[in-house]
Every structure is written in C-alpha cells, then in structure tokens.
Design a protein around this ligand. Structure first.
Ligand code: SAM
Ligand code: DTB
Ligand code: SF4
Length: 347
C-alpha cells in the first residue's frame, strides 16, 4: 500500500497539498491501517494547520469530515454524575476536588434506581449514549461492583454505555467490558509539557496506562482534553499530537472549553478567543479523520454561531441535557432549535 511521507515539508506546502496528504491519510485509516511512523503527526505539522487562513482550515476540515462522516448527523450523549465531589485529586480546573472551596458538596454514590430513572429520561429525550461520571481518583473494588450493575442495566435499556471513573487498575477494564461498557472516558487533558501546571496527583503516564487498559479490554476509547487553561497554541497542538499518534486514535475525542468555576485555581484564566477554539476542533478533525470529535464542555456560554462553526469544522457529537457533571449545559429545547436551524439530525 502506498505511503505518503509527512514531515517538516508540510510547513511549506500549499493548502492543496495539505488536503491531498490528509485525504490519503483518511483513506489509509479507513482501510483499517494502524499508524506507521511515517503517518505520525509532529507538533509542528499540527501548528501549521492552526496557522492556515481560517477559511482554508475550515474547508480542509470539512472536506475530510465529509469523506468520513455524514456532515449533518451529530451523536448525542447525556451525562450523569453518579458520585459527585469530595475527590482526592488536584486537577486545577475541577470543581469536584475536595481541596478547592467551590459550591459543589460531596455526595455518596447514587442509588441504582435513580441512575436508571435518569437514563430512561435521557433515552426519552433522544440520547443514544448515557455516560456515568464519578469524582474518584479511581474506583476501589467496592465502588466498582455497584457501577457494574448500573452499566449492565443501562445497557439493557437499549442505550450505549460510557463511564468515566478515573484511573483503572489491572483487571478493572475487563470487568467493565463484561458488564457491557461500550466507551470509557479518560482525558489526557493537555500536552505533556503543560500537564504539571494543572495536575500533580497523577502523572501523564498514569493516564496513558489507563487508556492502554481500556484498549486492551476492547472497550472504545474516549479521550480528549480541555482548551483555554492558559496553554499555548503549541501545547494545544501537542495534546492533539498525543491523541492522533496513538496506535489507534480514540474513537471519541472530547474537546472541552474550560468552564471556569469560582474556587478552582484556574478560575480567572484569560478567556480563549472562540476562533482559536474552532481552529482546535478543525485540527482535531483533520488529525483524527475517523474519530467522533465531541464539542464538549463550554457550550452554555458559547454563541450558537461559534457552535455552528465547530460543526462545520468537523465536530460531530455533543453532550445533551441541562447539566454536564456539576455545571450547566444548554437546555434541551435550545439544542433542538439549534439542530433544526442547522438541519442537523441526532444520532
Ligand atoms: N474523576 C474522573 C477523572 O478525572 O478521570 C472522571 C470525571 S472528570 C470530571 C472528567 C473530565 O471532565 C476531566 O478529565 C476533564 O477533562 C473534564 N472537566 C472537569 N472539569 C472541567 C471544567 N471545569 N471545564 C472543562 N472540562 C472539565
Ligand atoms: C469530558 O471530556 N467532558 C465531560 C465528560 N468528559 C465526563 C465532563 C465535563 C465536566 C465539566 C465540569 C462539570 O460539569 O463538573
Ligand atoms: Fe477528581 Fe476527576 Fe475532578 Fe480530577 S477531574 S479532581 S480526578 S473528579
């Protein structure tokens, strides 16, 4: 099979060359190829994408998007925080860390019937996937057992299942798989070089190890990060390079815009220019042509015009429902109107 060598040359290439390079790349990965060293994305390649004139970047991303997905279909998942607050970790963005003084109060794990009622409501509202989040460093076995039951019963309702429970130990991913888990969310959050400015209680490698366990257990990988934490453009590109260069890139890539919460260390960070956020979505689409790119946290304060640009740039999944984990999300009615206005169908 023909291989196309990428590299620093791309920095000088015309937009047309860029498009053909990546169409080829999309076709290769469509054929079920894994990335060879020749197909790896350098951070410089990705920065070069960010630096394209905006219209060229969007056109490029939309072309790749159309080659791989229905451009008018967006997958919708609903989130539920099954265990809120009181977390031992120090993630600088997170209102659920026990050490920061936010309005979030620690609560015990939810009861099964309450979780199932929320899942039923999500299904009735048209969500195809239900994602259960827990404010844990990672699950202890006594925590995991009731969550396995939740997963099995949500799955039996005809919903796809997703969980985000923190770091997984050896053997835990297999238990989740056996219970019927379709996706596990665990974000790299940012580039390796910026990571230590945001989190100190777990390492980048810890996160990669958890993702490796999820992959080995044959659960779909959902992994992305947060933009707008004060990172540089190079570091935004660095996060995408980490994700795109995985042996198999994640099936689902959430791109969160930092939701600034009072009491967290990142509250008061300079707001990111919305166009830079759209560029990040476009670069994610181009570098991971077969992944669902999720326009995640941050939509509540995002103008619908910017959201429309994100869809044009290749975002094709969202969180749907009034709440994310502890912070707000647009009302379901507002999203329905936006989808109607844009002619988008829910998956
Ligand atoms: N405790 C588990 C963990 O950290 O893996 C699961 C839940 S944690 C809240 C899931 C993800 O939500 C984080 O990795 C982070 O990317 C995202 N997140 C948390 N707080 C956020 C915020 N204020 N703004 C944007 N994204 C946020
Ligand atoms: C992801 O990347 N974003 C979601 C989901 N995965 C779990 C969480 C966003 C959380 C935003 C802050 C909150 O609501 O607490
Ligand atoms: Fe805890 Fe997850 Fe929040 Fe980090 S992101 S403090 S691990 S709940």
């Amino acid at each position: 099979m023909m291989r196309h060598k990428k590299g620093p040359k791309m920095l000088e290439s015309t937009v047309e060359n860029v498009i053909s390079t990546h169409n080829l790349k999309a076709n290769l990965s469509k054929a079920g190829d894994t990335l060879s060293s020749l197909d790896r994305w350098s951070v410089a390649d990705i920065v070069a994408l960010f630096e394209l004139p905006f219209s060229d970047l969007i056109n490029h991303a939309q072309t790749i998007h159309r080659a791989n997905f229905n451009p008018n279909a967006v997958q919708v998942s609903t989130l539920l925080s099954i265990k809120t607050g009181g977390c031992s970790e120090d993630c600088g963005y997170c209102p659920q860390a026990a050490r920061y003084h936010t309005e979030v109060e620690a609560e015990p794990l939810m009861q099964l019937e309450d979780v199932l009622a929320a899942a039923q409501e999500a299904k009735n509202n048209g969500a195809s996937r239900f994602c259960m989040g827990a404010a844990w460093r990672g699950p202890k076995q006594r925590d995991l057992d009731p969550v396995l039951q939740m997963i099995a019963e949500v799955k039996a309702m005809g919903l796809e299942t997703c969980a985000t429970l923190g770091m997984l130990k050896e053997g835990q991913a297999e238990q989740l798989k056996d219970a019927g888990l379709d996706y596990y969310n665990h974000n790299l959050d940012t580039a390796p070089e910026f990571y230590g400015d945001v989190i100190t209680t777990r390492t980048y490698q810890d996160r990669l190890d958890t993702l490796g366990r999820v992959r080995s257990a044959d659960i779909n990988v959902c992994s992305g990060g947060i933009i707008g934490m004060g990172e540089s453009r190079n570091q935004r590109a660095g996060l995408l390079a980490q994700l795109a260069n995985m042996e198999r890139p994640p099936e689902s890539v959430p791109i969160n815009l930092l939701t600034q919460v009072e009491g967290t260390p990142l509250h008061g960070t300079d707001e990111l220019d919305p166009i830079e956020f759209v560029r990040t979505i476009a670069a994610a689409r181009i570098t991971m042509p077969n992944s669902f790119v999720r326009l995640s946290a941050g939509r509540q304060s995002m103008h619908e015009g910017i959201q429309a640009l994100c869809f044009l740039a290749g975002a094709n999944s969202i969180f749907y429902g009034e709440k994310l984990l502890t912070t707000g999300n647009p009302e379901a009615e507002t999203d329905k109107k936006l989808f109607t206005k844009l002619g988008i169908n829910k998956i």
